[in-house]
Design a protein around this ligand. Structure first.
Ligand code: PLP
Length: 385
């Protein structure tokens, strides 16, 4: 699309408006070749050689995501975990890292096991407590600060701009996992983050049918980013051509999907907090949620399609509620068109900060009244005996 001033939702709906030169197709071709022809004089003027370094099937999804995040360059990877670990493995053994205590559990576990054994010095902190964060930072030694906002599954909100200011003064880079916010609601790079990470398995794709990750930056001319980008090629965590194509197709409907999920999640949060079997609702869109004011400042257009409820009757009450739903699907993951319900603590296991009575809800595209009625009925059924 020639005019880059069109609204992001317009750019997304048309996948940046690219038309295939050869066929005039409005949907891109899928390039399956793993290798590209070299010039007779031994050059690679085409700019492409081998699929692990570069794949034309990534181009449009990467360009669109970079645009939506206000970044210069996006990289697709094989999963959110491949994206996150590509960042950490660009550090050196001995480097100090500060990570949010409330974060995606599998990455938290990787940091406290593999990454620590590999030599990173990892400290976890409550990122909503800026004083506690400031106290941990070691100027010159802390190389990376990892935040996730809203954080899964307690939805705590981190002040991206404040964390970036403190980190940058100490010489550290900031990576923000923005999987839940999506570029529809928040642009961490604009607020000062150096890298944005997504599990593109979730909202970016939006149909629960691929595994993908993404990294975006607005500063490619530095050794750290080059190390991260190099890790994609050398560790080999690339996604397939078809998955990249599906991801672009999913991103075309990102805006209406996220907007609808946000509106439904807000209705559900307000409805469920009045339910007699719900102890509390965790949702940044509720005015008495601890991070609400900050979320309203740094997120635009909604508070995400994710919320959690704490169910009366403890773990048993929560598990019986999840067992009694009809529309909601009992499954892990999030950000698809179908609504998912999950007893989270039993997935995360020992050391998880998630309460046993918590159910995580990923709100899909179904009718919000149906979703509320189904969950209300399930809560009643679970507490009948
Ligand atoms: N970050 C968040 C917030 C997630 O919810 C997940 C997965 O659930 C990940 C990262 C990891 O992504 P993936 O499963 O694509 O590796």
């Amino acid at each position: 699309m020639s005019d880059s001033n069109w609204q992001p939702s317009t750019l997304a709906a048309q996948g940046l408006g690219w038309i295939d030169d050869a066929t005039k197709a409005v949907s891109p071709p899928i390039h399956m070749s793993s290798t590209h022809l070299r010039d007779p004089d031994n050059q690679y003027r085409n700019g492409r050689d081998y699929i692990r370094d570069d794949n034309p099937s990534f181009d449009q999804a990467e360009a669109l995501l970079a645009k939506l995040e206000n970044g210069k360059k996006a990289l697709l990877l094989s999963s959110g975990m491949a994206a996150a670990t590509a960042v950490f493995l660009a550090l050196r053994p001995g480097d100090h890292v500060i990570a949010a205590r409330n974060m995606y559990w599998s990455l938290r576990r990787w940091l406290s096991t593999y990454a620590t054994a590999w030599g990173l010095q990892v400290e976890f902190v409550d990122m909503t407590d800026l004083d506690a964060f400031r106290a941990l930072i070691r100027p010159g030694q802390t190389k990376l600060v990892w935040i996730e906002t809203p954080s899964n599954p307690l939805w705590t909100i981190t002040d991206i701009a404040a964390v970036a200011e403190i980190a940058h003064k100490a010489g550290a880079k900031v990576t923000a996992d923005s999987t839940v916010a999506t570029p529809v609601l928040s642009q961490p790079l604009t607020l000062g983050a150096d890298i944005v990470m997504h599990s593109a398995t979730k909202y970016l794709n939006g149909h629960s049918d691929i595994c993908a990750g993404a990294l975006v930056t607005n500063n490619i001319d530095n050794a750290f980013w080059q190390g991260v980008a190099g890790n994609r090629g050398t560790l080999g965590g690339i996604i397939g051509s078809f998955e990249a194509w599906l991801l672009l197709r999913g991103m075309r409907s990102l805006f209406p999907r996220v907007e609808r999920a946000c509106a439904s999640a807000q209705k559900l949060a307000e409805g469920l907090r009045r339910h007699r079997w719900v102890e509390s609702v965790l949702y940044p869109g509720l005015s008495d949620f601890p991070g609400h004011a900050l979320a309203a400042k740094q997120m635009k257009g909604g508070f995400s399609g994710m919320l959690s409820i704490r169910v009366k009757g403890g773990e048993g009450g929560a598990i019986r509620t999840a067992a009694a739903v009809e529309i909601w699907k009992r499954a892990t993951s999030l950000g698809g068109t179908e609504s998912l319900i999950e007893h989270r603590a039993s997935i995360e296991g020992e050391g998880s900060p998630v309460p046993m009575d918590l159910l995580r809800l990923s709100v899909g595209l179904e009718n919000a009244e149906d979703l509320l009625a189904d969950l209300s009925n399930a809560l009643e059924t679970a507490h009948r005996n």
